[in-house]
Design a protein around this ligand. Structure first.
Ligand code: GUN
Length: 300
């Protein structure tokens, strides 16, 4: 079997198109422009790339984009003051504090200082609790993007066996909650799981989110299963020239694609969906804040 490629880049473009349409309607019918604020502390190069890209796509979707770039030695009190100001700004509907924060800042404290209704990352403890109890919440962007692709590919996920490899708060745990919400039988596997190969072999859906390059080989995959690769790992690629690198996922793409029914590539799979879902969450937050109907198909 050769797997169907799930084209996350094309899917993300569709999601961003829907977001932009909704933004146009919000402006025309209600005079409201959704606003997203991103807070970046320090100069982590990868975070700077993400933040630039988020800002650009926010503007392309017709929304207001605000960036707060703070020095790496910013005090917790100063950072909390920025979050507080954004919490109280009626033109800002979504707030994202880019992680990781410098070591002297308490990430949990900062994230939990965001108004949960503006927490477009879905990391606030209230949103985690709402998702875990099946209530309306803000849903973390990467798992939301994975869920959208799975639903688009399969229609209903009800009764499917799903394995999530990785138990992070950002991806693994919320992904498992979302799959459970769609009536999958869910296993969360992690570094201490015994016989991971056997666990993965039973799954109709495999979501790999461990951050270990190409750790899932094709012979772990049940024939016809759907493989969602959340990993983005940069490896040296001397064969491409001196100093060159290449991106790989957490699954070994070539061997998995021979067995799977469908698979997301890296790059061009889950990655583009994350920012698209951030924009979707911002529109959702804006609609909720204004008591308006939420866009269909853009939330869990
Ligand atoms: N750093 C890497 N991914 C993310 C994300 O999805 N949200 C935030 N806030 N920081 C990140």
């Amino acid at each position: 079997m050769t797997a169907t490629t799930i084209d996350g880049k094309a899917f993300a473009a569709q999601v961003r198109g829907k977001v932009a349409e909704h933004v146009t309607r919000l402006k025309a019918d209600h005079g409201i422009t959704p606003g997203l604020a991103v807070v970046l502390v320090g100069e982590d190069p990868a975070s700077q790339v993400y933040v630039r890209s988020k800002g650009k796509m926010t503007v392309e979707a017709g929304m207001k984009s605000v960036e707060h770039r703070l020095d790496a030695d910013t005090s917790e009190a100063d950072l909390l003051a920025v979050v507080d100001q954004l919490n109280n700004d009626p033109e800002i509907h979504g707030i994202l504090v880019q992680l990781p924060l410098p070591g002297h800042l308490n990430e949990d404290l900062v994230i939990n200082s965001i108004n949960p209704e503006k927490d477009v990352d879905g990391f606030h403890i209230s949103n985690v609790g709402l998702l875990g109890t099946g209530q309306k919440s803000m849903v973390p962007c990467t798992p939301l993007g994975c869920l959208m692709m799975l639903r688009a590919h399969h229609g209903s996920l009800s009764g499917m066996d799903a394995v999530v490899i990785g138990r992070s708060n950002i991806v693994g745990k919320p992904m498992a909650q979302l799959l459970l919400g769609d009536s999958c039988t869910v296993t969360i596997a992690h570094s201490r799981t015994k016989d991971l190969a056997d666990v993965v072999q039973r799954a109709d859906i495999v979501v790999a989110a461990v951050g270990r390059p190409e750790m899932v080989p094709g012979d772990w995959i049940k024939p016809g299963a759907t493989v969602i690769d959340v990993g983005i790992n940069r490896l040296d690629a001397p064969e491409r020239g001196e100093g060159k690198t290449r991106l790989v996922g957490d699954v070994h793409y070539e061997s998995c694609a021979e067995v799977a029914g469908a698979i997301t590539p890296v790059p061009g799979g889950v990655g583009p969906m994350t920012i698209a879902c951030l924009l979707a969450n911002t529109v959702t937050a804006c609609c909720r804040a204004n008591g308006l109907a939420e866009p269909e198909g853009l939330t869990a």
